[in-house]
Design a protein around this ligand. Structure first.
Ligand code: T4K
Length: 403
């Protein structure tokens, strides 16, 4: 239904724009037949887990695709981050952005390593290397950069700081599968990088993740730690956990890999459609991906400047949700505002001005293979309509109409 007045908005009693909810993070699903064939093979062989043939095949294919020496598949990226931090010998304090999914910080704190939150660059949304040195203490053992939205951190600057202060450097590359930095696939930078293949990621293995590294010794430790610290049949040489990927996940990963190009193509087309549809709306900016680098375009991210747009990001979220468009506020309110960090560092926000601003501005819109052009046009029209009627919407809210 075309909205002609603010009373047509579902928030004020009108009919919702969509009958069914549109999500951010609806999984991409590759060739079902191929997947089911793999599952049958798995049952025939009765090999369900513990470094089975599908896991090994996936690791080999991922390492080749990423151009990295070692790929160690894991059950999810959170456990992979924990295992990597431990295998690298991180302890004390580690510098990490607060503008990230809480898993990046939790993976450290879970092992009693204190995450020291660093502010981000307002343009790239990534950790700002120029702010790191002032956060270093004798307890600092490493830096955990996050390639937010698949746009690479300033890897060179972070590498320089790490070398200068003898720190380990690892990356949370959960968003960055199939993305490049200076033309090279993310995966081989720093001491190690960690990917997520969670269902909501554009490339998924239901749950899953992987650590990639060019360091032979580190790879050996990671493999051991992933499997309880075993180094042979009855020989345990290290403390370990269970970070193994199952065969069913690896089968899904292999199937997803076969459709990778199609997924990226759809994401790119969707991104272009949003780009056209949201052009020239005052106060609304779609974040850009440089054509000089590869990206997976799995995140369509807008920034809303309330002053220029006339309405806040959170008011837009309310309106969109009422219309069945389930936009998300990643990463609101920032790790430093979540427990236990909020209690540990009650004044952290004073050192995180850009993060604070960003968490109030940023919004992710639905994309992926479950979302197509007509729906994107509808979403863009709706957003344009909302911001064109900002003062009427504010007046309706002030009158207390439903909202
Ligand atoms: N580092 C970073 C930077 C990350 O972004 C993440 C994960 C990690 C580390 C850790 O990776 P993993 O340990 O998960 O491998 C979701 C994902 O669960 C999480 O993986 C992801 N980042 C994060 C950004 O988003 P939630 O709590 O927002 O998920 P949820 O359940 O609200 O799902 C999002 C939407 O997707 C929902 O509206 C429904 C839809 N959905 C979801 C699933 C799972 C579906 O339609 N079908 C599905 O099967 O965290």
């Amino acid at each position: 239904m075309v909205k002609t007045s603010v009373n047509d908005l579902a928030l004020f009693g009108g009919e919702a724009a969509l009958d069914e909810a549109l999500h951010v993070g609806r999984p991409n699903i590759g060739d079902r037949e191929q997947f089911l064939e793999r599952i049958n093979e798995m049952f025939d062989q009765r090999r369900l887990s513990n470094n089975g043939p599908f896991v090994r095949e996936l690791e080999e294919k991922l390492a080749a695709f990423l151009g990295v020496k070692h790929c160690i598949a894991m059950c999810n990226a959170t456990i992979a981050l924990e295992i990597t931090a431990r295998a690298l010998g991180l302890q004390g304090e580690v510098i990490v952005p607060s503008f990230t999914f809480v898993a990046s910080a939790h993976a450290l704190q879970w092992q009693e390593i204190t995450p020291i939150f660093c502010d981000v660059d307002p343009v790239t949304h990534n950790i700002d290397p120029s702010r790191i040195e002032s956060l270093l203490t004798p307890r600092t053992s490493g830096i955990l950069g996050v390639h937010v939205w698949g746009r690479a951190c300033d890897v060179d600057a972070l590498g320089e700081i790490a070398r200068k202060y003898h720190l380990k450097l690892m990356f949370d590359a959960a968003h960055a599968f199939a993305c490049t930095y200076h033309g090279q696939m993310i995966g081989g930078f720093g001491d190690a990088e960690v990917f997520s293949f969670h269902a909501t990621k554009f490339f998924n293995s239901f749950e899953g993740g992987a650590v990639t590294t060019n360091n032979d010794e580190l790879a050996r430790r990671l493999r051991g730690m992933r499997n309880f610290g075993f180094a042979g049949l009855d020989m345990v040489v290290d403390i370990g956990t269970n970070g193994k990927m199952s065969e069913v996940s690896a089968a899904m990963g292999l199937t997803s890999l076969e459709s990778l190009d199609d997924f990226i193509k759809v994401n790119y087309e969707n991104y272009l459609a949003y780009s056209r549809g949201l052009e020239d709306i005052p106060g609304v900016q779609l974040i850009k991906y440089t054509e000089k680098e590869e990206n997976n375009y799995q995140y369509v991210v807008i920034e809303i400047d309330e002053g220029a747009a006339g309405l806040s990001r959170d008011m837009l979220v309310k309106i969109l949700h009422a219309e069945n468009i389930l936009a998300r506020r990643y990463f609101y309110p920032g790790c430093h505002q979540m427990e236990p960090y909020r209690s540990y560092f009650p004044n952290a926000r004073l050192l995180l001005p850009e993060t604070e601003k960003l968490t109030l501005k940023v919004l992710q819109l639905p994309t992926g293979t479950a979302v197509r052009g007509a729906e994107i046009d509808q979403i863009c029209e709706l957003i344009r309509f909302v911001f064109a009627h900002g003062s009427d919407i504010r007046a309706s809210i002030a009158r207390g109409t439903n909202a």
